[in-house]
Design a protein. Structure first.
Ligand code: PGA
Length: 267
């Protein structure tokens, strides 16, 4: 099979940070910092809080950065107090939605069965899902990380045909490495990404396995990012704290742009 280099991804989830005013400042500070970088070769996204989405859609409209939601409901509308739907995210200008983030699982009781329904809704409404996968520290200690990742993939993507799976972004975020002191070690990340790609190939076919982007997240910063995104099966970085400022995100984008050139993923 002919292999086409995958477009690399640089994205940041702001979590509960950056209100609308801060969002406008961030976008204004980011634009000149990205101006000299080959961003056309990359997929860039920021995931602001819901109340900042309209400001983000306006502020980022002229540049290369797309916006997305940090979560959403599986239904289009209805009696779901406190929730936001895929059509609402689309109306607000989103192209992406993150699903199954570790903080959703850990603090809000989210399950991969619910995520399966959310993935359906995302595709139904033209949102690219960023599906988070990751083992806990206990899973890692018990040497069952790949089995756990396989179960998460199987459940979340159960309803998807290969061509949909190929369009998703998979975010490998070991749950013990999020908000931690250090990212996972490159050789560990390399093994998990290879395992995830093999699982996708086995279940949805080699073409989907080859095409799907698998990004790494969990305590990525400007120091450790280059070694991680240089790995063969790592197709980008998903960053929290280190990209909550425009300066921080610009540094990450620069690292990913450099990797795109090295990997031949830039046009
Ligand atoms: P972190 O967050 O980079 O601050 O560890 C990553 C994430 O939650 O996706």
């Amino acid at each position: 099979m002919m292999t086409v280099p995958r477009r690399l991804v640089a994205g940041t989830g702001w979590k509960m940070n950056n209100d609308a005013a801060a969002t406008r400042r961030y976008a204004a500070e980011l634009a000149p910092r990205l101006a000299g970088l080959p961003t056309a070769a990359l997929d860039l996204y920021v995931l602001p809080p819901f109340t900042s989405l309209h400001a983000a859609a306006e502020a980022f409209a002229a540049g290369p950065v797309a916006i997305g939601g940090q979560n959403m409901h599986w239904d289009d509308a209805g009696a779901w107090t406190g929730e936001v739907s895929a059509p609402m995210l689309r109306e607000a200008g989103c192209r992406y939605v993150a699903l199954a983030h570790s903080e959703r699982l850990a603090h809000f009781g989210e399950t991969y069965e619910a995520v399966r329904r959310k993935i359906n809704a995302a595709f139904r409404h033209g949102l690219t899902p960023i599906l988070c996968l990751g083992e806990t520290a206990e899973d890692r200690a018990a040497d069952r990380a790949d089995a756990v990742l396989g179960g998460q993939l199987e459940t979340a993507l159960a309803d998807q045909p290969p061509e949909r799976v190929a369009e998703a972004i998979l975010a490998y975020e070991p749950r013990w490495a999020i908000g931690a002191a250090a990212a996972a070690a490159p050789d560990y990340v390399s093994a998990r990404h290879a395992a995830i790609r093999a699982l996708v190939s086995r279940r949805w076919g080699a073409a989907a396995g080859q095409a799907v982007r698998i990004v790494y997240g969990g305590s990525v910063d400007a120091e450790n990012g280059a070694a991680l995104v240089a790995l063969a099966d790592v197709d980008g970085l998903f960053v929290g704290r280190a990209a909550w400022t425009a300066q921080g995100f610009a540094a990450i984008v620069a690292i990913v742009a450099q990797a795109a050139m090295t990997k031949g993923a830039a046009p």
